[in-house]
Design a protein around this ligand. Structure first.
Ligand SMILES: Nc1ncnc2c1ncn2[C@@H]1O[C@H](COP(=O)(O)OP(=O)(O)O)[C@@H](O)[C@H]1O
Ligand SMILES: [Mg+2]
Length: 570
């Protein structure tokens, strides 16, 4: 293990990144984009850029690539700064210098230079410490000198976490460094393999190799390197079995970040009863992220917002659609974005979005989005506005295929910008299941319990009549209430160690007081909201005899259903 790690040090990583940044590898779309952004900003003489990352090496490498790019009229040098080394050529020695002294030194440099400053965040207010006024002033002075001076310089501040002091907000342009591309990760893999060629066996088909690289996407280069090294060290072999290992490493890394979680979907769309209209819509967009779709000149879908009555299958649909589309599913915990437990809220949001992009094509699921962004959500309103802004901008501008599926129980608390056309491709409304949908849900729930070989099987027959009976007697039940009734009926049978019968089910139904009884008023409210703004997830044919609007009497809740009725075909 030790031997392996020694061989894959800092210099190697930099060599890899530099190659990729310079376009040596054609797979490397993202750093090229990062490079292009740097070029643009440097040409426009933005004096100070801030890159929020732990991967300083990649920033240096990108700066080195940009410095000699033909797109920049006067070629630059790259000079790094750390507290311990002062100003120094990357990889070379230096002597300790205070940052304000170094900044003055920088302004006096005669050749056009890109300065990459590490450690500056310690002085500009990070982790609860206040910013030092002399340092804020030193940065402002440098900004003025860089912008207007004879010699064009640029300062890049590299920081893992920085909340900018207000005085600097206008001077500094924040640039996002995307997570490594497949091309960069491939570079690391190649280096590890060639550095250890004498002592390991590599047995990978071209396809395995791609999957191994893909498994590491979403990790930083350092993390990817560790994951590969560990995979090799376990048996001195690199083969298809290591894909799972790397994937597992990635899951753990993502879990540690605390905001995103990799969900392994268990069900398929057949586990969702009803909601045919929503299902059709999703089916039609299956594959839309493939290069093939470009031949139809269609834009990549942005995402869908699913609102509605609690317990009617919103979260269920979100997980099952990942199976339908065969894409990785990441759940974002919006509550934690604002919790303050894991860094600043905006940084959290940006980090999560970056990760979703790195593993794209992917599905980003934001469950109960109103808990984060609604007016009654957590966090102070200023912060929540900014984080919300970050998210909306990203939704609008994202280029990588990340499909957002947001679910919400209470939409009226969501800011109106959220619902504006062009944010989500569609807003769906999931209502209490109609009679036909309840037949479907009962079938799913009972088949789950009465599987072959189950002790409960034998008496109760799942057929058109029995399901019709159950659906008839569960008007006003949500899908979750039907699922619970099926379970509690099975408990009756179990307690007497016998088969399930119709009486058990009847009793379970009678004992349930559905939400639609206790919350009729709220349901009416949500439906009224939805009738203007959202499309019914239920298809016209499943809607049956239910009317499209109710009377003022709340007891009427069972005779109508909400949402605009648009059908997305068969
Ligand atoms: N349309 C449905 N089809 C099948 N099961 C459903 C349906 N709606 C709800 N359920 C059952 O209720 C549970 C909770 O539903 P969920 O999707 O979490 O509701 P919500 O709409 O509040 O997100 C599901 O796990 C499932 O067992
Ligand atoms: Mg839910």
């Amino acid at each position: 293990m030790k031997k392996l790690l020694v061989m894959v040090g800092w210099d190697m990583l930099r060599a890899v990144v530099t190659n990729v940044m310079l376009g040596a590898n054609m797979n490397s779309k993202m750093p090229l984009k990062f490079g292009a952004t740097l070029v643009e900003l440097i040409r426009a003489r933005h004096p100070i850029l801030l890159v929020e990352t732990h991967e300083g090496d990649r920033v240096i490498a990108a700066a080195e690539a940009v410095a000699v790019s033909p797109d920049i009229r006067r070629q630059r040098r790259v000079i790094a700064y750390t507290v311990s080394k002062g100003l120094h050529a990357p990889g070379q020695a230096g002597k300790p210098t205070a940052p304000d002294v170094a900044l003055v030194e920088a302004t006096k440099t005669p050749e056009p230079t890109i300065f990459v400053f590490f450690d500056l965040h310690h002085f500009l207010g990070s982790q609860g410490r206040p910013a030092e006024p002399t340092m804020v002033r030193a940065v402002q002075d440098a900004a003025t000198a860089f912008r207007t001076g004879e010699v064009p310089h640029t300062l890049i501040i590299v920081s893992p976490a920085l909340t900018l002091p207000a005085d600097l907000e206008k001077e500094v342009t924040v640039v996002d460094l995307p997570l490594p591309t497949a091309g960069e990760i491939e570079g690391v893999l190649d280096e590890i393999v060639s550095a250890n060629a004498a002592s390991i066996v590599v047995d990978l088909s071209a396809d395995d190799r791609q999957r191994l690289i893909q498994a590491a996407q979403g990790l930083t280069l350092g993390e990817a390197e560790n994951a590969f090294a560990r995979a090799i060290a376990s048996d001195r072999r690199l083969d298809a079995s290591d894909i799972a290992l790397v994937l597992d490493e990635k899951r753990q890394t993502i879990r540690k970040s605390g905001l995103l979680e990799f969900i392994t979907p268990e069900g398929t769309m057949n586990d969702v009863g009803g909601l045919e209209n929503l299902k059709k819509w999703l089916e039609k967009r299956n594959g839309s992220w493939l290069p093939e779709a470009q031949r139809w000149s269609i834009p990549a879908p942005k995402g869908v917002l699913i609102t509605g009555i609690p317990g009617c299958g919103k979260s269920l649909t979100a997980t099952c659609m990942a199976t339908l589309w065969g894409l990785p599913l990441l759940r974002l915990d919006v509550g934690r974005v604002f919790s303050g437990l894991v860094g600043s809220s905006e940084q959290n949001m940006r980090g999560a979005l970056k990760l979703a992009e790195a593993v794209s094509p992917s599905i980003l699921w934001i469950d109960e989005i109103e808990k984060g962004f609604g007016s009654s959500g957590s966090g102070d309103s200023g912060t929540s506005q900014r984080v919300f802004g970050t998210f909306l901008t990203w939704m609008q501008e994202k280029k990588n295929p990340v499909f957002v599926i947001a679910t919400a129980n209470k939409i009226d608390t969501l800011p109106p910008e959220f619902l504006r056309k062009g944010r989500f491709d569609e807003i769906f409304f999931v209502d209490l299941p109609t009679r036909e949908e309840r037949v479907h849900i009962w079938r799913i729930q009972l088949e789950k319990r009465l599987t072959a070989g189950s002790e409960a099987t034998g008496d109760f027959e799942i057929n058109k009549d029995s399901l019709g009976f159950l659906a008839e007697h569960t008007e006003g039940f949500s899908g979750a209430e039907i699922a619970e009734a099926a379970v509690s009926a099975c408990f009756e049978a179990f307690s007497e160690r016998r088969r399930l019968n119709e009486k058990d089910l009847r009793r379970a139904i009678t004992n349930t007081v559905p939400l639609s009884v206790t919350q009729a008023e709220q349901i009416k409210g949500v439906r009224d909201w939805a009738s203007q703004r959202a499309v019914a997830a239920t298809s016209t044919s499943s809607r049956g005899d239910y009317s499209t609007s109710g009377s003022a009497a709340p007891a009427d809740v069972n005779s109508w259903r909400g949402g605009r009725q648009i059908d997305f075909g068969d």
